[in-house]
Design a protein around this ligand. Structure first.
Ligand code: PEP
Ligand code: CO
Length: 449
């Protein structure tokens, strides 16, 4: 497919207002770094991006289900093999649970290999009485609360490119090289999860799959098929720092279209989706599947106009609307939006982010989310879709394979006072591996309906 977008170039966003960009102190240095990145190889390939779009198009019709998840904010210091492997493990576990118990093929998309840029509600923050520039993700500045660390440094963009490349390299090795094979379904269960009720439910499910595979082998069916031997796994991040995204935007020699090769799927945040803004301008011209976050502060006509701008040909798989209204507000905001999009006949994949509008602060000062609020928003999401006759096609989580204590609740009833035990996130609280798996079993029940 060629680009039909008029007056678009990968640089045309410069003529629009770009919110949430770091205040880079040295523009010459920034441009030098961006030119270097532009000369380096793409991180992902157009053919893979097209495969993802085809998978998402199935999810629009309810023939597949999107599972998107990973860190709120990846960190350079945590770009290690165990970390990447553990995040992959939990996503593979969740996916196989949704596939086997829920009966739907799952499109797996990580918030990984590029999720290094964060939008913030304010340019500065007060730390111990000192006003500092806000942390905007490792690709802009460092989280340490001192002035020097917080000054944006463009060399971090190049570091982000390199870290993304290293992460992707390992993900590709794991998913293509046997670790993602269905034969390994039991090995994805982590030691600290195995002992939990969820871990045991998962063990049972994994055993059934292994027995089914063994049976197929016994009767002579070839289980070397790529569907069994490899996992298809895609990457995504918020397309926030537009200079970086531009530098990885390349023209595909096969179809002549432009693809942002920094990740397979890109999303536009709730804070940067202005129809006359630079983010919408940039994204309208690249052919990647796009997500758009929609929170309580939105105008329905505005959302319809943005969808029209980003997906004028109404291509299925191009647009995923990621609703994040909160457990208390979803009933108020989702149904009118569902009706409006349906009335326009827009091909949209509906996904639920039950994380971002369910944040609260504990008395001890931890930013947290409760398992029950997250689950309650998810349940409402499904029920509201069933009531409207629309398709609840995906979910979007902040999670990690680590044994962190950042969200309360779940099978172990993690309490506010226990959050300090292993609270690691530099941004939003994530579900740990066990809570994530528990969520997957709950969702499986819902999609089987
Ligand atoms: C996020 O996904 O980390 C995020 C900042 O989301 P939102 O744009 O929905 O606030
Ligand atoms: Co977040």
């Amino acid at each position: 497919m060629t680009n039909t977008t008029d007056n678009w170039t990968k640089s045309s966003w410069h003529n629009f207002t770009a919110l949430q960009q770091p205040n880079w102190p040295d523009e010459t240095k920034l441009n030098e770094i961006l030119a270097t990145i532009a000369s380096l190889p793409p991180l992902v390939f157009a053919g893979e991006i097209r495969d993802l779009k085809a998978g998402l198009a199935k999810a629009v019709k309810g023939e597949a289900f999107l599972l998107q998840g990973g860190d709120c904010s990846e960190e350079f210091s945590r770009c290690t093999a165990p970390n990447i492997r553990d995040t992959l493990k939990v996503l593979l576990q969740m996916a196989v649970t949704l596939t086997y118990a829920g009966g739907k093929p799952v499109v797996k998309v990580g918030r990984i290999a590029g999720q290094y840029a964060k939008p913030r509600s304010s340019d500065t923050e007060m730390v111990n009485g000192v006003e500092l520039p806000s942390y905007r993700g490792d690709m802009a500045n460092a989280v340490q609360p001192d002035l020097e660390s917080r000054i944006p440094d463009p060399r971090r963009l190049l570091q982000g490119y390199n870290m993304s490349a290293a992460t992707l390299n390992l993900l590709r090795a794991f998913t293509r090289g046997g670790f993602g094979a269905l034969h390994k379904v039991q090995a994805w269960n982590q030691e600290f999860v195995k002992q939990s009720p969820m871990g045991r439910s998962y063990e049972r499910l994994a055993k059934q799959i292994s027995q089914a595979l063994a049976f197929m082998e016994t009767i002579g069916i070839d289980t070397d098929a790529p569907q069994l031997k490899q996992a298809q796994f895609f990457t995504s991040h918020e397309a926030l720092f537009l200079g970086y995204e531009e530098s990885l935007t390349r023209e595909d020699s096969m179809d002549g279209g432009w693809y942002d090769c920094s990740g397979h799927m890109l999303w536009i945040g709730d804070r940067t989706r202005q129809i006359d803004g630079a983010h919408v301008e940039f994204l309208r011209g690249v052919l990647n599947p796009l997500g758009m976050k929609v929170g309580p502060k939105h105008d329905i006509d505005d959302i319809l106009a943005i969808i029209e701008r980003l997906n004028p040909e109404n291509e299925a798989g191009r647009m995923t609307l990621i609703a994040r209204f909160g457990a208390h507000d979803i009933e108020k905001y989702l149904p009118p939006l569902l009706r409006a999009v349906k009335k326009e006949g827009m091909n949209v994949l509906w996904s639920c982010d039950p994380m971002h509008a369910n944040i609260r602060k504990t008395e001890g000062g931890h930013k947290t989310r409760s398992f029950d609020d997250i689950l309650s928003e998810l349940r409402c999401f499904f029920e509201l879709h069933w009531a409207e006759g629309t398709v609840p096609g995906g979910v979007h989580f902040e999670l990690t394979g680590d044994d962190v204590t950042e969200c309360t609740g779940g099978a172990r009833q993690l309490a506010d006072e226990q959050l300090g035990r292993n609270y690691l996130t530099t941004c939003d609280p994530r579900l740990n591996a066990e809570q994530s798996l528990e969520m997957a079993f709950q969702i499986a029940e819902m999609i089987r309906n």
